[in-house]
Design a protein around this ligand. Sequence first.
Ligand SMILES: Cc1cc2nc3c(=O)[nH]c(=O)nc-3n(C[C@H](O)[C@H](O)[C@H](O)COP(=O)(O)OP(=O)(O)OC[C@H]3O[C@@H](n4cnc5c(N)ncnc54)[C@H](O)[C@@H]3O)c2cc1C
Length: 497
Amino acid sequence: MISDVDVVIAGAGPTGLLLAGDLARAGVSCAVFERRPGRSGLTRAFAVHARTLEQLDARGVADQLIASGTPVPALELFAGARLDFARLPSRFPYVLVSPQYETERVLEERARHLGAHISYGAQVTGLIQHPDGVEVTVRQDGQPGTVRADYVVGADGIHSTVRRALGIPFPGKPVVRSVMLADVLLTQPPPKALTVNATGDAFGLITPFGDGWYRVIAWDAHNQPPEDQPVGLAEVSDATRRALGTDYGMHDPRWISRFHSDERQVPHYREGRALLAGDAAHAHSPAGGQGMNTSIQDAANLGWKLAAAVRGWAPERMLDTYEAERHTVGRRVLRSSGALLRIGLTCPTALVPARNALVYAATRIPMTARFLAGALSGLSISYPAPHGAHPLTGRRVADLPLADGRRVYEALRGGRFLLASGPGAPLAEATSGYDDRVEPVTVARSSGTIALIRPDAYIAWAGGHATADHRPPDVRGALARWCGSAGESTVPAGQRH
Ligand SMILES: Cc1cc2nc3c(=O)[nH]c(=O)nc-3n(C[C@H](O)[C@H](O)[C@H](O)COP(=O)(O)OP(=O)(O)OC[C@H]3O[C@@H](n4cnc5c(N)ncnc54)[C@H](O)[C@@H]3O)c2cc1C
């Protein structure tokens, strides 16, 4: 077993795998310990939203995932309501239906290729924090061992051992019981990529994975046995018929399960040298397909900050901004997915006609439809900006074409900040001393704005070009605030321990 690394990650789900790839790309040594004996062939999440695809694009793996999934440009909801993603201002104006194991496969291949160590059959059992590092205990192949690291990240899901070892509470409550999941074959598949209805006392959803298998989610208010009671196909089929009018000839399930859904969030994402990300930090209803997407975006926010801390150039309190930014997003997702669940699944039967009329109206009014699509897709997420900052500060960066023929999200694949300016204002000199952290890029068409773009594709700082009556923007000040001191020696990868 590996004994000394920069970062230990507990859990090889989507969160741990994306994070491992980002750390390895930054030259930070990391070991991922996963208690499962091997890769999972089962899937929970099946919806990958536009903002997550953009994050995957900034890592060069979006196209690979899209090739194995089904893009769905609009969600056909109940009673004729339809939420359109086709106008999203993104290279990915749709929801990608793709089994979670495909996302994990793509992220694991990337992480291994970049040099991350990933061990299966290895369970994190506890940790001790010291002022200058952490000791993580791991049981692998039945043998206990200890790994020393600068930091540990609990990406070990809803029952997180890291969270428990830290004594961080996970307050909240269960919101829905006895939801049935099944992966089945269908003799009469529905024509639509997503078929869904909720009658008030029954819910049914069917969507194709693209490889012949279909995911069914079914719920029946009149059939609520205990969680541990095995579920049969007949139960899934009955609930589906009650919600959708037919079971589409479902047969030969390869997997059936019953689950309950909680709404929970930890009060803190960081405790000293330990951090929590993904389901370890927040749990909510699967309505809206937000869990994996939010978790991957936690990892994208954390990766470069943690790498900066390990490599020694992180400005003061940079790592704390992870909690400040992502706790707020997590809280909003808890609220919105809870609202969707109550509207879609547990709405009392008597209120169903009113609910249908409201949902129909909301999806027809352009402003509310845009708001809903922006929220579900994750494109409207932004981070707090200081008072008086340029209006672009904290916003997601658009995928603008660059003068050298690349797009912004292609340039981000290097894992560095981008300092973007127009053709008339080259900034190569402004970034001197920051070559390892910042790449100057020229956008093909200038708007007169200079922007410092974070590695996770949000705008750290922006300013206008110098004009006769304006002082030149303080690019060096912005670089110092976000990227540390110029020329500060960073610790070469692999020489820390
Ligand atoms: C029915 C259902 C449908 C869903 N649909 C969607 C959807 O459409 N879209 C969406 O975005 N999300 C969806 N989700 C949520 C999504 O599956 C999770 O949010 C996502 O898997 C979280 O990723 P993670 O990496 O944080 O945690 P996990 O995927 O849970 O991964 C944690 C990993 O840690 C491992 N582990 C646990 N303890 C230890 C330990 N002590 N040591 C080592 N390893 C450990 C586990 O084995 C696991 O592999 C759905 C969830 C459910 C239940």
